[in-house]
Design a protein around this ligand. Structure first.
Ligand code: FDA
Length: 308
């Protein structure tokens, strides 16, 4: 299965495919399972629906690797409008951004300036930063640290497939960061990342315990455990109960369209349950990574091809 995953992640990085594949209706129909629509209105409507089940939302305008200043500023402006809309509708929602969408490949200062505008507009709400390929980790942590020191209302995603992440958590815990723990969605070389799923899962459990442990909690860390892995969620909740950690201090996050039943169950049982909703026209690379996470999803694509 590993070669299929690698192939799909490579497809997510292919400019040629990015331009052509979304033109096919069967590809669009298969992808629709994972996002409510391309426009902001459909994302807001989905967030409203989730809120009725007590579920919080993270909103992401799909996009990455913008290549010029103007494009990065347009993205920042779209996020500013989204923040205004969240406030106007009084939605229990935060935003999550990719730094390469805000101009990281163009100029770090430009990217930081765009990020700072979003954090200022978000007021008391946390602005989350996604973690992208390993080549971006240092720059992402650097800009995150700068924003967190200046505003204290930012969150960062870290990936348990990377060997370095346990060390990266040390300064993040010291500064009382908001940390979203994920396994990692890209294809990374073996010398820097765990190759076996079992190792990535085990590291997830280890790092989750660090983030929920007494030192991190004393420092004010907000830990968001982003996974659909039910056995792992059960392991974490059992461990937390044995430590006397109240359910409402545990926060789980999943993606729109995946494990809806589990999202609702967690909210009903008193955990905080978040769902990340993505929207926008630039969905192809993101969709390829969703297929790579679960190659069985390719069956949906095939089914949609034959039901044209
Ligand atoms: P895992 O891969 O262990 O699978 C467990 C089970 O979950 C599967 O058996 C299946 O039932 C279900 N499942 C998982 N993925 C599925 C899919 N695509 N379709 C259908 N079912 C699926 N990554 C990253 O590198 N940077 C980031 O910033 C983020 N941000 C982020 C935010 C949030 C809220 C989530 C939930 C995830 C991310 N990710 C991410 C993605 C993350 O790294 C990872 O690739 C996926 O969450 C898949 O790993 P899991 O632990 O969820 O499931």
């Amino acid at each position: 299965m590993n070669w299929i995953r690698r192939l799909l992640v490579s497809a997510s990085e292919s400019l040629w495919l990015r331009e052509r594949a979304p033109r096919y209706r069967f590809v669009r129909r298969a992808a629709a399972r994972f996002f409510p629509g391309e426009n902001v209105g459909s994302a807001i409507a989905a967030a409203r629906g989730l809120a009725t089940d007590g579920i919080f939302t993270l909103l992401t305008h799909l996009g990455e690797n913008v290549r010029d200043r103007h494009e990065s500023e347009t993205v920042a402006q779209q996020y500013l409008e989204l923040l205004d809309r969240i406030r106007a509708e009084n939605l229990p929602a935060e935003i999550s951004v990719k730094l390469t969408q805000l101009g990281l490949d163009v100029d770090h200062e430009l990217c930081y300036a765009n990020l700072a505008r979003l954090v200022e507009r978000a007021g008391s709400q946390t602005v989350w930063i996604d973690m992208e390929q390993s080549a971006y980790v240092d720059a992402t942590l650097e800009l995150y640290t700068r924003a967190q020191k200046a505003y204290r209302r930012t969150g960062i995603c870290v990936q348990t497939y990377l060997h370095r992440t346990e060390k990266d958590l040390v300064p993040l815990i010291e500064m009382g960061a908001a940390v979203r723990l994920v396994k990692g969605a890209y294809s990374e070389p073996r010398d820097i990342a765990y190759a076996k799923k079992r190792e990535v899962d085990e590291n997830y459990f280890r790092l989750a315990r660090i983030l929920l442990g007494p030192e991190a909690q004393r420092a004010g860390v907000r830990a968001v455990l982003a996974t659909h892995h039910r056995k792992l969620i059960a392991r974490i909740t059992e461990w937390a109960a044995a430590q006397g950690i109240p359910k409402n201090q545990l926060e789980f996050a999943m993606l729109y369209g995946i494990q809806r039943g589990e999202q609702v169950r967690l909210a009903r049982e008193g955990y905080r349950s978040d769902v990340l909703i993505s929207y926008g026209a630039f969905w192809f690379p993101w969709y390829m990574r969703r297929l790579a996470e679960r190659p069985a999803n390719i069956l949906f694509v095939i089914r949609n091809f034959f039901s044209r």
